[in-house]
Design a protein around this ligand. Sequence first.
Ligand code: GDG
Length: 461
Amino acid sequence: MSRLIVISNRVAVPKGGESGNQGGLAVALQAALREHGGLWFGWSGDTVESFTGNIHRHEGAGVTTATIDLEEQDIDEYYNGFANRTLWPLFHYRIDLTEFERDFAGGYARVNDRFADTVLPLVGEEDLVWVHDYHLIPLGRKLRERGVSNRIGFFLHTPWPPTRLLTALPSHRQLVESLFAYDVVGFHTADWLDSFHHYVTSMMGGTVDGETVTADGRSIRAIVAPIGIDTAEYEAAAESAEARFARDRMHMSATGRALVVGVDRLDYSKGLRERFLGYQRFLANHPDRRGLTSFLQIAPPSREKVDTYQAIRTDLDALSGSINGEYADIDWTPIRYVNRGYPREELAGIYRSARIALVTPLRDGMNLVAKEFVAAQDPTDPGVLVLSVFAGAAQQMTEAVLVNPYSAEEMADAIVTALAMPREERLRRWQALIEGVRREDVFWWCGLFLDALEAKTPELV
Ligand code: GDG
């Protein structure tokens, strides 16, 4: 079996035992690394005065990680710049928030070069290389330029934007061309893959034949591989003592009220403002139901160095405050809005305590919270998932109550529908959802991608 080299912006260093308290992606990649051998390479999270290319190796729980430090300027231009001020908003259809700075593009190219230079000596002849996400799109090409002829795959965790949006990026052609250095390129959904096909056929004169996409004399395999969660582990987490404790805390804090919950990184793509407005509309339209629900939004801050993320925080502080000011009573707070994270077990308990989850991003590659909520439910009395049609997850999770998050009315109606939903219907929907979440878990996803990567390359044309 070939060794595996996983490359991503950040690396999850295994903590002690099997899974520690890590996300499903980290757990699945570590499992694949244990099986194949190899290593996980990326940025350490630390900065240095001047780039050295020194590699910090770490061995633990059967997994080797190798990390490098970057310069402050790299982080400004590559991470906070091109990745999170240019590509992230553009890939989430937010051209209004997209910043086009030449320095960012320069920093992006420089850091991808630095990744390529430092990982190069670590790549053995037969190794499979798996590059992750929008931070590192050009890396495959940079490795090819350095003579790497191994099989290299790329997986995009975000949406792939429509051609008409993508072409606003001055270097769009170069960015897409660099994907043709990979053997396999994976997307979460058929929608994102369709947009990619559209660009290739309309802008590059390329062709699509099944999974084979050809342009500029090079064929790659472009596949749909929807990511899942570590479902068995999540179901167990929801039964843990910590989960039970969190569930009891939730119930005690809202006796007799139906709990509504949202859990998201504080990010404009997650549709928090629209969700708050939808809940406000629900309160406005249904005076009889005020006081009978309690909405908890957990939103740990992220990317705080990027201005838009500071702005969204200020905006949501004001909006939650004004909704509470308008509707709260002496013994009832309509929205509890919490800017901190909780350990996974506690989160699983919070999910289980809830009658409704609002997972309503404006645009999301997949969205794992939707799957975690389903996995955490009590199989005899499950809650209802209200899911945005614009989350990649909606393409698999069709038994959720699907909503258009831009419509406050639809969101308000969905809350009413979910609150009134008879147990039988909740059970039926949940049964269908959990079967999918169990079947297509994160290990299935990892296997799907690696099988494609290990398979023979479509003939070069
Ligand atoms: C990107 C794509 C795609 C959140 N708060 C807490 C906490 N979380 C965890 C959730 C979940 C994860 O963070 C968030 O995953 P998402 O999928 O919702 O979103 P992104 O971070 O934007 O991830 C996305 C994903 O990559 C995978 O491909 O699905 O579309 O944007 O696991 O539970 N975890 C803990 N405490 C918190 O307070 N422990």
